[in-house]
Design a protein around this ligand. Structure first.
Ligand code: MTE
Ligand code: MO
Length: 339
């Protein structure tokens, strides 16, 4: 797949990190990383785990710690150095949406801590020649882990900038060998009411499992990531450990957490939010400042962290600022109808 990542989206490390971190990082940079087929992303080799001294260390299995040590830097956040400072780890890990653990923003951090994520397996099935149930380690280790700094824009009009560690979803799809019938990818989150209190609530809106979907070309796009970590460590449970999707040009609800099943399918999947309110949430969910949600304007967003005195409201950008990379996927489509 030949994709040219436009220059406007290159980000120098000096753009997003405080100078001290940037300087200490320099000694890790060993040159330009081996880039994926035909991709023009700029990159540097560095030791990802060395850069986040204020981030609490987690409990990664050995295979994942080793992968993180060997992670490659590949910066792809569009480039406003002032607007796109990294969100502090503490905010990114304590202001979450993860309805399996409750509907409040602080519920996931308080209630997801005991989720058992080791061992973890993922079923890859549907229209594939090479599917089956795989240990997470076997899903991830054949690929090079990459660090990607992306904006995350929730449809509730708040946003963050997060350094993910993950692998391109396309790696996994290619290894599964989709058949010619495969047109979409469907994802499911774990169902385990014993561990997920939100799934025990009789008031839950969601008909579990939480489901998401992508068109196959969206899933194969080089920006689409399956994350196993953030801020140089494994994912905290509240952020979707041990495996979550990251699709930076779409509203946050597309980025499904704690994935246990990836299916290649012929028909467009119905995602959970679409099933609840199809007039409010569509299948595409591309960030679009010109198409408002019935209850929220999408023209601007609140960039975290913010406060009463510093509301930190910024303009929302088309495709969350990734238009150069992804607009061509939607050529000829009416984005008002396909919201
Ligand atoms: N399984 C599952 N995945 C989910 C959600 C959820 O409730 N359940 N919430 C989504 C929403 S609305 C957003 S904005 C992002 C939030 O990701 P974060 O908590 O890592 O910032 O996760 C998405 N993935
Ligand atoms: Mo969201």
């Amino acid at each position: 797949m030949l994709i040219n990542i436009a220059k406007s989206s290159d980000l120098r490390e000096s753009d997003v990190t405080p100078e001290s971190v940037y300087l200490s990082r320099r000694r890790f940079m060993g040159g330009v990383a081996g880039l994926g087929a035909g991709m023009a992303l700029s990159g540097h080799v560095h030791a990802a785990s060395s850069d986040y001294s204020d981030v609490p260390s987690g409990n990664a299995p050995a295979w994942l710690s080793d992968k993180i040590e060997a992670a490659q830097w590949r910066a792809v956040v569009p480039s406003d150095p002032n607007a796109d400072a990294l969100t502090p780890y503490d905010d990114a890990s304590h202001y979450n949406n993860f309805y399996e653990f409750g509907t409040g923003k602080s519920d996931p951090a308080r209630r997801a801590g005991d989720l058992e994520t080791q061992p973890w397996s993922v079923v890859i099935d549907g229209e594939v020649n090479n599917g089956g149930r795989m240990a997470l380690e076997d899903v991830i280790t054949p690929s090079q882990l990459e660090e990607r700094i992306y904006r995350l824009r929730c449809v509730e009009a708040w946003s963050m900038v997060i350094p993910w560690l993950g692998i391109p979803l396309s790696d996994i799809i290619e290894r599964a060998e989709p058949t010619s019938k495969a047109k979409y990818v469907r994802f499911e989150t774990l169902v385990d009411p014993a561990q997920m209190p939100g799934q025990r609530s009789s008031f839950a809106l969601i008909d579990w499992p939480y489901v998401e979907g992508l068109r196959l070309d969206e899933a194969m796009h080089p920006l689409t990531l399956l994350a196993v970590g953030m801020y140089g460590r494994e994912l905290p449970n509240q952020n979707g450990a041990p495996l979550r999707l990251v699709v930076p040009w779409k509203y946050g609800f597309k980025s499904i957490k704690s994935i246990v099943r990836i299916s290649l399918v012929e028909e467009q999947p119905v995602n959970s939010w679409q099933a609840i309110a199809a007039n409010e949430y569509g299948f595409y969910a591309n960030v679009n400042p010109e198409v408002d949600h019935p209850r929220w304007s999408q023209a601007s967003e609140r960039r975290l962290p913010n406060s009463l005195f510093n509301p930190n409201i910024i303009d929302t950008r088309m495709f969350n600022g990734y238009a150069d990379e992804v607009a061509s996927l939607y050529q000829g489509m009416d984005l008002r109808t396909h919201y």
